[in-house]
Design a protein around this ligand. Structure first.
Ligand code: NAD
Length: 255
């Protein structure tokens, strides 16, 4: 049986799926990932992207705002892989999406339960007084020449509401992600190298809780040996085909 069919059968046999997604699900929407062959880390050094460097170094902040505007703040659209996961929610099979992504494309595709482990780009916040603004307001200031924007109330440094290296993850989101992973019967990993921790502990928690693990990723991951099936392919091609097959399988079994 081919791997897409095996994936369809795994999805159809589940009643409570947690989708765990990473940057690879959004490459087909035009957003580069970090560690894939065209990834951002092949061009810049991840060691620079710490919260400490952001707070200490104005030149670094200017560079980060420029990268944000180029890579994340354009009007990206969900691709067929995001739509397939939204369809699993409409079919009543999906408990939630736990994502490492900051791009908001699962919500744009129609998913209503999305746990964002690494924050999001919808808002920017003052690192001193915690005031928040829609990110477009701040990026408009940057594009108008204020390259290192500061809070007009307290002069604090402004940063997009994403989690940088060295910054704490949102503990409530992390706790809910683990609880839902432990209670699911299938954890569907899509487009993640599964090397960023503690995020990658989420599929491990699902497996420990007795769930089946299925992986759709273009390259091998360190958790492939725990998963069945492992589909090494483009998510935007495989997931819509698998979800269409789920519809058929479930249709056959409905009275
Ligand atoms: P990663 O870059 O480490 O891994 C992405 C994986 O996806 C790679 O193994 C790659 O081979 C695979 N991949 C790429 N395109 C694919 C496709 N079309 N179909 C299937 N697989 C594909 O990403 P990660 O595991 O999410 O972890 C890195 C960090 O990246 C996360 O912390 C996340 O916050 C951040 N990030 C997010 C975005 C985004 O929001 N879109 C983009 C870049 C990085």
């Amino acid at each position: 049986m081919d791997e897409t069919r095996r994936l369809a059968e795994a999805l159809a046999g589940a009643t409570r799926i947690v989708a765990f997604t990473g940057a690879g699900i959004s490459t087909e929407s035009g957003i580069p990932d970090f560690r894939g062959p065209q990834g951002i880390w092949t061009k810049v050094d991840p060691a620079d992207f710490t919260i400490q460097n952001y707070l200490a170094n104005p030149e670094h902040r200017k560079r980060v705002w420029r990268m944000r505007i180029e890579n994340f703040l354009k009007a990206y659209e969900p691709n067929p892989a995001h739509h397939a996961i939204a369809e699993l929610e409409r079919m009543g099979l999906l408990d939630c999406v736990v994502t490492q992504n900051i791009d908001g494309l699962h919500q744009k595709a129609g998913n209503t339960r999305v746990l964002e482990l690494h924050g999001h780009t919808r808002e920017a916040k003052c690192m001193r007084c915690d005031r928040r603004w829609p990110t477009e307001e701040i990026s408009a200031r940057v594009e108008a020449g204020d390259e290192d924007p500061h809070c007009e109330h307290c002069e604090g440094i402004i940063k997009v509401c994403t989690v940088s290296f060295g910054e704490a993850m949102p503990q409530d989101v992390l706790a809910e992600s683990f609880a839902r992973a432990e209670a699911c019967d299938l954890c569907l990993v899509v487009g993640s190298s599964l090397v960023v921790f503690p995020a990658a502990d989420v599929p491990l928690a699902a497996a420990r809780g007795g769930a089946r693990l299925a992986i759709v990723n273009a390259e091998p991951t360190p958790m492939d040996r725990l998963a069945d099936p492992v589909v090494a392919a483009q998510a935007g091609r495989v997931l819509p085909a698998a979800v269409a097959a789920v519809r058929e399988v479930l249709g056959e079994h409905r009275p």
